[in-house]
Design a binder for this molecule. Structure first.
Ligand code: HEC
Ligand code: HEC
Length: 241
């Protein structure tokens, strides 16, 4: 694994932007598409899923969201060691450029997964995704992630086109609290902790079987009370505007 990572680092640091003082005559690819090959080894060649379902697609996600994740991995707020090593010496400016590059790739989504859901699971998932549970003050997923669940620029990612394994891992790390998954406290960890395991399970499966339209959500801002819940992400950490 170490050898693999070293090769990846070679890709990224030997670039004019990552290392502006580099004067050696290394043959360096000069476009962002070449430089991010270190990323697409795992994340897939821009449009496809990566080597397995655990590697999330990053193309076309909101720029501010991607930028925040890159900062989170680099600064230890989200844990995945190979990425932390890769991003270690990159400046905020360079990470913003990478976020911009992947965000602007508008590519077709993979087909939905085939998973059997029981009718009760579908009902439970649709209820929580589109209506939430007012009694528990649990907002609908769609209230923040958009009516079409394709995300809200610039900080909220879409929920479709992700694999079941990946979604389950994310909700799991927010719920368990042991593994950091971004800013704390944050709205997603509160929401994930409110969900019972059968609810998480039903939602995760349901999301993974929906086709992703790729159409942007027309709404461009969260309702004030939802923005307030997520303020550590959508306001204070707004460097990616
Ligand atoms: C060794 C494989 C590997 C490499 C190389 C890699 N990634 Fe990742 N990346 C992952 C995995 C696995 C995750 C999910 C980790 C998790 O569950 O938190 C991830 C997550 C992400 C996320 C968060 C996605 C989301 O929807 O929240 C972004 C953004 C990202 N990577 C960007 C990059 C960029 C940019 C590069 C190149 C500089 C890169 N990655 C290189 C494996 C990799
Ligand atoms: C109050 C607003 C809000 C609500 C409601 C909400 N989310 Fe989120 N969600 C967010 C924010 C903000 C992020 C980005 C977190 C970050 O930047 O680390 C996010 C990120 C996610 C991600 C990560 C996607 C990726 O690409 O890694 C998943 C999965 C997710 N939410 C699932 C859900 C589900 C399922 C529900 C409903 C049960 C839900 N969310 C309800 C605000 C919300």
């Amino acid at each position: 694994m170490n050898h693999f990572i070293l090769i990846l680092i070679g890709f990224l640091v030997a670039t004019p932007i990552a290392n502006a003082t580099e004067t050696d005559s290394v043959t360096v690819p000069n476009t962002m598409a070449e430089r991010v090959k270190a990323c697409t080894i795992c994340h897939g060649d821009e449009d496809r899923a990566g080597r397995d379902a655990y590697y999330p697609r990053i193309a076309g996600k909101p720029q501010g969201y991607l930028f925040n994740q890159l900062l989170n991995f680099r600064d230890g707020r989200r844990y995945y060691q190979p990425m932390a090593i890769l991003l270690e010496n990159m400046s905020d400016e360079y990470l913003l450029e990478i976020a911009h590059y992947f965000s602007s790739l508008k590519l077709p989504y993979p087909p939905p997964e085939h998973i059997n859901l029981q009718p009760e699971e579908i009902k439970l998932a649709e209820q929580l995704v589109f209506s939430g549970d007012p009694e528990r003050e649990l907002p609908a997923c769609s209230a923040c992630h958009g009516d079409n669940l394709m995300g809200v620029e610039p900080f909220i990612p879409g929920l479709l086109g992700l694999s079941r394994v990946y979604i389950a891992a994310q909700l799991g790390s927010w719920r368990n609290g042991g593994v950091m998954r971004g800013q704390t406290p944050d709205c997603m960890s509160e929401i994930a902790k409110q969900l019972a395991s059968d609810e998480t399970n039903a939602i995760t499966k349901w999301l993974a079987v929906q086709p992703a339209s790729g159409n942007p959500n027309p709404v461009t801002a969260l309702a004030p009370e939802l923005a307030h819940r997520c303020h550590s992400i959508v306001q204070e950490n707004g460097a990616a505007k």
